[in-house]
Design a protein around this ligand. Structure first.
Ligand SMILES: Cc1ncc(C[n+]2csc(CCOP(=O)(O)OP(=O)(O)O)c2C)c(N)n1
Ligand SMILES: [Mg+2]
Length: 578
């Protein structure tokens, strides 16, 4: 067997797992990996910032069901991955982060002033499922196999492998590459027992007011279709979490939202709550625990624990019961489990929930009420921006959302059919939008779908040079920037807390000019009737396009729909409502 470098071996291990893109800056210490990957048909996709590389890998993983892979150069490049790693941890997305590391001699030295030798492993341990620095080239298969097992099993999340860059040049004789089937399950064992599944079906049948709660895990598992079949067999209302928006069409007759319309009546009255692809998180007020109801004084969002049955489908047994008591834990993967349960429900069809029609009428009335509040003036009302933009979106568009106040508006006014809906709202991580959109366009290139990002201007400012990345890779994303020259979401709360604001305003910048300078298409709108033609030109340009829309700062900041809902996410009632 020929001797090959460690860098080449790593490329072989990645290719065996189906990795087909590597997101990283050009970086010489990883030269062996880049070269070997390229020779195996895996391109380096290089944004301007390592955090953006991580976000791109994250969006790629969400849209493909594959693992994403992102790399950072030695020292600061790897440090710049930390934010993305933390985000993948919070968003539950399987991304393999490869950090370039100094030699073990340099890393272990107590001397200060070492160049590019930050304590990566100590930092990332808390935000990864598995973090390790490779200490011996001969151990590479073992370490990568463990990484792949961690990435593919249990609750999805990130993994970090530090690679001492001197080691990448080492040449060794390696054995044959193992097939992934030999070191991890090829598909997930169908671990939910027939009797538990039958019990779940019976609980749904016996319930008077069942509700299904669907989250972003459904998207990460690429289980949208099987989820739809299940909820249609169950016939009950479905609440989509903020992250889960889009996994079922906005106009599907069973869809509701926790944050608005009759959503809270549905959860409060439910006698069976079936949670799929979601943790029972702070956004769901932890299902109503002492912290949110007694300490914070929020109304109980679900029925009392002793008279409400909770069913939780989860891949990781350790998460069962952590956020809320569970009556029937279903520990297993939704890919095999959802069709089995659907089969059981269909064998003896359930009637559609009696309340569904009334609830849908109330939901429609809620949205109609919101639309009635929209004004037509100039600069553009935030709700008007979203209504106009939606008129131009293709049905199969991949939506990406980013920003502060404008994102709260999007939660209520962006009622588009998009089944792919990316946003980093678990932490409200600003700046993910442009990198997510670029990665989405790389994925969509295969099938011609379009990508539209709607972003606040502040969020757009985080990684603006990723527009050049879009130009370089010819990614025809359409970026709508809700432009109020500032950080509006901060304004009302500054005013509430201290009666004045600090540094919330930016200089007025023509982003359409900036776009053209970078080789993209640019549009500028400051009144509603300009939006549809501008969007049409943007889509038709075939280039990355920025549509800058000047919005009314006052209403964007102060008239957000249901502001009390998102302030509950912090659980800091006393700060916002005192
Ligand atoms: C990385 C990060 N930094 C800071 C914040 C705090 N933050 C939340 S919204 C917001 C303002 C966002 O401004 P913009 O994107 O322009 O949207 P707008 O509120 O103006 O509609 C800020 C600073 C955050 N959520 N994430
Ligand atoms: Mg803004």
């Amino acid at each position: 067997m020929a001797r090959i470098s460690l860098g080449e071996r790593i490329a072989d291990l990645l290719v065996a797992e189906g990795v087909d893109k590597f997101f990283s800056l050009p970086e010489v210490t990883f030269g062996k990996i880049h070269d070997a990957l390229d020779k195996r048909g895996v391109p380096l996709i290089a944004p301007h910032h390592e955090t953006a590389a991580g976000y791109m890998a994250e969006a790629y993983a969400q849209l493909t069901g594959q693992i994403g892979v992102a790399g950072g150069s030695v020292g600061p490049g790897t440090m710049n991955l930390y934010t993305a790693i933390a985000n993948s941890w919070e968003e539950h997305v399987p991304v393999l982060y490869l950090g370039s590391e100094r030699t073990s001699l340099a890393r272990n030295s107590p001397r200060s002033g070492r160049f590019q030798a930050p304590p990566n492993i100590d930092v990332v341990r808390a935000i990864t499922k598995y973090a390790v620095v490779l200490e011996d080239a001969g151990q590479v298969d073992e370490i990568f196999h463990e990484a792949f097992r961690q990435l593919r099993c249990g609750t999805p999340g990130p993994v970090y492998i530090g690679l001492p860059f001197d080691m990448l040049l080492e040449e060794l004789e390696f054995g044959a590459i193992l097939s992934p089937r030999k070191y991890r399950p090829a598909s997930f064992a169908d671990t939910v027992s027939e009797s538990d599944l039958a019990r779940a079906a019976q609980m749904l049948r016996d319930a008077k007011r069942p509700v299904i709660i669907g989250g972003s895990g459904i998207r990460v598992a690429r289980a949208q279709k099987t989820f739809k079949a299940l909820v249609e067999a169950a016939g009950c209302p479905v609440i989509l979490t903020v992250g889960g928006r889009g996994v079922l069409h906005h106009d599907h007759p069973q869809v509701f939202e926790f944050e608005c319309g009759p959503g809270q009546e549905i959860t409060r009255e439910a006698d069976v709550v079936f949670v799929i692809g979601a943790s029972i998180s702070e956004k769901l007020l932890f299902g109503g625990n002492a912290y949110s109801t007694q300490q914070q004084g929020y109304p109980q969002p679900f029925g009392p624990v002793d008279s409400t049955c909770w069913i939780h489908l989860e891949r990781d047994a350790m998460t069962i019961g952590r956020n809320h008591p569970v009556d029937l834990p279903l520990v297993g993967d939704m890919t095999p489990v959802l069709p089995r349960l659907t089969g059981l429900l269909r064998s003896e069809p359930l009637p559609a929930s009696a309340d569904l029609k009334r609830l849908r009428v109330e939901r429609a009335a809620y949205y109609a009420g919101l639309h009635a509040k929209v004004t037509d003036g100039s600069p553009v009302h935030s709700g008007r921006l979203l209504i106009e933009v939606q008129k131009t979106l293709p049905d199969d568009v991949i939506m990406v959302r980013d920003g502060g106040a404008i994102n709260v508006w999007q939660m209520h006014y962006l009622n588009h059919a998009a089944s792919e809906n990316l946003m980093a709202l678990k932490q409200g991580m600003l700046g993910t939008g442009l990198p997510y959109a670029n990665a989405a366009a790389l994925v969509a290139r295969e099938d011609g779908r379009r990508v539209c990002l709607i972003s606040g201007d502040g969020a757009f400012g985080f990684y603006t040079m990723e527009l050049e990345t879009a130009v370089r890779y010819q990614l025809p994303i359409v970026i709508v920037v809700a432009y109020d020259a500032g950080w509006s979401l901060e304004v009302p709360y500054y005013m509430h807390v201290v009666g004045r604001t600090f540094e919330v305003d930016h200089t007025f910048v023509r982003l359409d000019d900036l776009a053209r300078t970078l080789g993209a298409h640019g549009e500028f709108c400051d009144s509603p009737e300009q939006i549809v033609p501008a969007m049409e030109r943007a889509f038709a340009s075939g280039k990355p396009a920025v549509v800058q829309i000047v919005i009314d700062r006052q209403s964007n900041a102060y008239e957000m729909p249901n502001p009390q809902v998102w302030t509950t996410w912090h659980g800091d009632k006393k700060v916002y409502e005192s």
